[in-house]
Design a protein around this ligand. Sequence first.
Ligand code: ZN
Ligand code: ZN
Length: 259
Amino acid sequence: MSEPLLQVRRALTDSEIGSLADRIAQAQSIPDLLAVAVHGLYDTLLAEHHRRFDDFDRDNPLDPQRFRIPTIQWQALADAVTSRADQWGCATTIALDLVNIWPSTFDDPTVPDPTLAVIDRRPHQFDIHVSRDAADEIAACEQQLSLLAGYYGRASAQYLDALRSWQPLLVGLFTTRRGADTTVSRDGRLSLLVTCDSLTYAAIFHGWRRRCTGTACGATASDDGTWHESDHSTPTADHVHTPNYPFDAPQPGTWSFHS
Ligand SMILES: [Zn+2]
Ligand SMILES: [Zn+2]
């Protein structure tokens, strides 16, 4: 095997892009769409080397880093693929597949935007199902935010950090790229589980642990005011402990996503 490593770095021609866009638009299922997107693009780039995507396998893997197309073309084709995927509610997940499997990109300001005509395949209506527990928990989250605003102030980091992490969660419920059907259930205190057609994720509230602010003191405390030695290596100091947030105060924290 003295064959030089294959490398392709070029812009696609208008007719290559047009033909790929046609095949993407005509795909009739998710596997079909992914096959057209991946085989189609690589076969196009490999044609001049008389190779095909199927020539590569586990023993002779294809390295996406060795293939590059202009960013603007990559993005236009990716938009075509994710728009087609909207019919099956998997635009978000197929977008991640493309990032992993498709060629890399390079920036070339002389390459024009292909401006592909894309049909909007998103559903006309979206259903969000919210369990009673989840609705109560959403109300509890809103209540937590007002408690933080009331206690620490609307300009406080405690309130703003929590608010900024809560908003993407609410906005995410109204996305139009994850299918027509979303179910929200409770996933523990101040936390939710969101199930979409092609994606499930949890939005978990991570509250501050109440601990002593004293230097070189590793003590933590329960809400009832009892102090404990923490599991960390820092020992508990022999002093009157100072909590990082008061015992009568609402618990600061932020929401984060886990899929
Ligand atoms: Zn439904
Ligand atoms: Zn202490």
